[in-house]
Design a protein around this ligand. Structure first.
Ligand SMILES: NC(=O)c1ccc[n+]([C@@H]2O[C@H](COP(=O)([O-])OP(=O)(O)OC[C@H]3O[C@@H](n4cnc5c(N)ncnc54)[C@H](OP(=O)(O)O)[C@@H]3O)[C@@H](O)[C@H]2O)c1
Length: 319
């Protein structure tokens, strides 16, 4: 489906970097939460914002990588405000712990970047009873969003970003087959299909947010960062690792991989263009278009799946 025409000139492309994009944007003093900042594209995203005087909080599990990143940033930007807060997205209990700690320390949240992601190798069921990739990529980050919503609504022109993937083209989700079992299969499933379904759900959640929170001043964007960027995302998939290694000379660098994320999060001209899907720093063809009914159904089902596993006081994020 052809994307809507934009009423401004294209400034960046597939070769642009996150650093370059932030050169002319003012992000100083903005509070930015980046999930999965301890590795890959997230590292470049953290660096770009921290070096431009934003207040950056990033998450992940690998404390050593996170500390190394902070040290690296402090060399170029000694007064950078950059903090690491660990969280394991495989556990809703840990997400809640993290969210409570985060909301105790921060009053306002200008930008949230849901960048953390995994491509599962073997079929794994989490302690909450869900397929691991779906829980990490979708359920845990949606659960987190519920806690963050009050902080987001306190910001001026807040933005929510979902780092999705063009793999979503392989999705098997539709209105006619939507079920908990399709989203989170209890038995063996193809990892690429699980990944595609979770990435498609991210786009749908972004569309839902735009529809329901847009009038509250929130803008939500989903995006494809690039193909086969050499990161750890396929750490559990040998063939993927080999492909990423083979294609490394021809694919985007990490700074280029973070470019569309940073563009959606900070570019002034996108202030009224939430709800769209982006790639190479421009609006992209959306393979499945806008699907408000499916977006609503996926949102509601995900919330039901979360509610079933967490304490009764969980307030619906859509409320
Ligand atoms: N690389 C590509 O070509 C490509 C293409 C399309 C889309 N993407 C998307 O880009 C995003 C960034 O991925 P990447 O390529 O940079 O991969 P990456 O190097 O593996 O980074 C993924 C990040 O997510 C975090 N993460 C994964 N599982 C987690 C868990 N259970 N709990 C908490 N954090 C977790 C990782 O933290 P730890 O390492 O600390 O566990 C890491 O910081 C993902 O959403 C991915 O789907 C990547």
């Amino acid at each position: 489906m052809a994307p809507p025409r934009l009423d401004f000139k294209r400034r960046f492309n597939s070769c642009s970097s996150a650093t370059q994009i932030l050169q002319d944007e003012i992000v100083e003093g903005k509070t930015v939460l980046i999930t999965g900042g301890s590795s890959g594209i997230g590292v470049a995203t953290v660096e770009a914002f921290a070096n431009k005087a934003a207040h950056v909080i990033f998450t992940g599990r690998n404390v050593q990588s996170a500390n190394d990143l902070i040290q690296k940033i402090k060399v170029t930007t000694p007064h950078a405000k950059v903090h690491f807060m660990p969280v394991d997205l495989l556990s809703l209990k840990d997400v809640r712990r993290f969210a409570e700690e985060f909301t105790n320390h921060h009053g306002t949240l200008d930008i949230v970047i849901f960048n953390a992601g995994m491509f599962g190798g073997s079929h794994v069921i989490t302690e909450d009873g869900y397929e691991a990739a779906f829980q990490v990529n979708v359920l845990s980050q949606l659960y987190l969003l519920g806690f963050l919503k009050p902080l987001i609504l306190k910001a001026t022109g807040p933005r929510i970003i979902f780092v999705s993937s063009d793999w979503l083209k392989q999705t098997t989700i539709s209105l006619s087959n939507l079920s908990e079992e399709v989203l989170s299969p209890s038995a063996n499933s193809y990892p690429w299909r699980q990944y595609a379904n979770s990435k498609f759900c991210q786009v749908l959640l972004s569309q839902y947010i735009q529809t329901h929170w847009g009038s509250l001043g929130v803008n939500s964007y989903s995006l494809h960062p690039g193909n086969l960027i050499a990161t750890n995302v396929v750490r559990q998939w040998r063939l993927g690792q080999a492909l990423a290694w083979l294609f490394k000379p021809f694919t985007k660098t990490l700074d280029q991989g973070a470019a569309t994320t940073v563009y959606c999060a900070a570019a002034a001209e996108l202030a009224d263009h939430g709800g769209e899907y982006w790639a190479d720093c421009w609006i992209a063809e959306s393979f499945h278009g806008k699907q408000p009914k499916l977006a609503e159904a996926v949102w509601n089902l995900c919330e039901k799946m979360i509610s079933a596993k967490v304490p009764d006081d969980y307030t619906r994020t859509s409320s």
